[in-house]
Design a protein around this ligand. Structure first.
Ligand SMILES: [Zn+2]
Ligand SMILES: [Zn+2]
Length: 134
């Protein structure tokens, strides 16, 4: 797993306190909306800094943006977490993560190969209706 300080440094950014705190807020957590990140750091970092930091992290590939209906949630990218995907409930937006089978990974690789690409990554999101909303 990569160190956040190193990734920032490699891109010419320093590991400032707000950057470290936003990273820690996302570490080993379920995907969070900008509002959820802001309320976790309420009184610690101002909203503008949080917003800027998340935007920077996204542009550096430190966080991934997930679409949940018309909203977005953020989580650390594969460099900082185990590779996984999500199932999102279309009614209550509850998100559950899962790791796809090797068979699916293979199919995705072959799919890319069929159009002449060497697969380097993918996104795979499932939408559905959760237990309690069914
Ligand atoms: Zn995958
Ligand atoms: Zn639900």
């Amino acid at each position: 797993m990569q160190s956040i300080a190193k990734v920032l440094k490699d891109h010419g950014y320093s590991a400032t306190r707000p950057r470290k705190l936003v990273f820690m807020t996302l570490l080993d957590k379920e995907p969070q909306s900008m509002g959820e990140i802001a309320s976790a750091l309420n009184g610690v970092i101002d909203r503008v800094s949080i917003y800027r930091t998340v935007t920077l992290f996204e542009s550096l590939g430190i966080v991934d943006r997930l679409s949940t209906g018309w909203k977005h949630k953020f989580e650390l990218s594969d460099s900082f977490t185990k590779h996984h995907h999500h199932v999102t409930c279309i009614r209550c937006n509850k998100i559950v993560s899962f790791e796809e089978s090797d068979a699916i990974k293979q199919v995705l690789k072959e799919q890319a190969k069929q159009v002449g690409y060497l697969e380097t990554g993918h996104q795979l999101e499932i939408r559905g209706i959760c237990d309690s909303c069914q």
